[in-house]
Design a protein. Structure first.
Length: 111
């Protein structure tokens, strides 16, 4: 079975650790660089793309276009300064859609 390609997008000094794990890295300091990197990685058929929350926030419109597709899975990760909650918010929303209710917090119906 072929191995799924993974990549990380964010500031070079923060994402270089992903390279040590065998994950492709694409440095991005601006929203324009992050959008270009995301579009390139999607076109190159990467299955999982980690992106720092700062960059994800800057290109939320670009990410939204990929949310309708099966791949790539775009995973926001905390920044060097800590988590903003964007990543956990997406996990909570996706879990609620899959389960039909907010199983992580509150148990409210979403469908």
């Amino acid at each position: 079975m072929p191995r799924a390609k993974m990549a990380a997008i964010g500031p070079a000094d923060y994402i270089k650790v992903f390279n040590a794990l065998g994950i492709e890295v694409r440095a991005a300091q601006t929203g324009e660089e992050a959008a270009r990197a995301l579009n390139d990685l999607a076109r190159e058929q990467y299955a999982v793309i980690f992106i720092t929350e700062d960059e994800a926030g800057r290109i939320s419109d670009v990410i939204a276009r990929y949310r309708r597709e099966l791949f790539p899975a775009i995973i926001p990760i905390p920044n060097a300064s800590g988590a903003s909650g964007l990543g956990m918010g997406n996990v909570r929303k996706n879990a609620a859609l899959a389960a039909g209710s907010d199983i992580l917090l509150g148990g409210k119906e979403v469908l």
